[in-house]
Design a protein around this ligand. Structure first.
Ligand code: H2B
Length: 101
C-alpha cells in the first residue's frame, strides 16, 4: 500500500466511506475520539490497534485518558494523508464493530 500523499479530492472521497472520523483544519490528519467502559477496555483496544499498526508499519498518533482514546492518523513520511491512514482507520472501525457484536 502506498505512503504517497493523497490529493484533497481523494481525501474527501475516502472520508465519505468512514463514519465518526473528521478531517483536521490543517487537512493533514483524520481524527476520532473513542470512549470505553473503563481503562482496561481502552487499553485492550489499543493493544489490538498496535498489532495492526505493526503489521502495516503504520502507527497512530494517539493519547489515552482513563476510558478515552483520541486517535489522529497521518503519514509522516509524506506530510499528509495516504491510503495507509484510511486502511488503518477502517481496521479500527472493524475492531470497534466486532467488540460490540
Ligand atoms: N507511521 C506513520 N503514521 N507514518 C509514517 O510515515 C510512518 C509510520 N513511517 N510508521 C514508517 C513507520 C517509517 O518510519 C518506517 C521506517 O517504515
Amino acid at each position: 500500500m502506498s505512503r504517497a500523499k493523497l490529493s484533497e479530492g481523494s481525501v474527501v472521497l475516502n472520508l465519505q466511506h468512514l463514519k465518526g472520523w473528521t478531517l483536521s483544519d490543517c487537512k493533514q490528519f483524520i481524527e476520532r475520539e473513542l470512549a470505553f467502559k473503563d481503562f482496561r477496555a481502552a487499553w485492550a483496544f489499543m493493544n489490538k490497534v498496535a498489532e495492526k499498526a505493526e503489521a502495516l508499519d503504520h502507527h497512530p498518533n494517539w493519547s489515552n485518558v482513563y476510558n478515552r482514546v483520541h486517535i489522529s492518523l497521518t503519514t509522516h513520511d509524506s506530510g499528509g494523508l495516504s491510503e495507509l491512514d484510511f486502511a488503518l482507520a477502517h481496521h479500527i472501525d472493524d475492531l470497534l464493530d466486532n467488540q460490540n457484536s
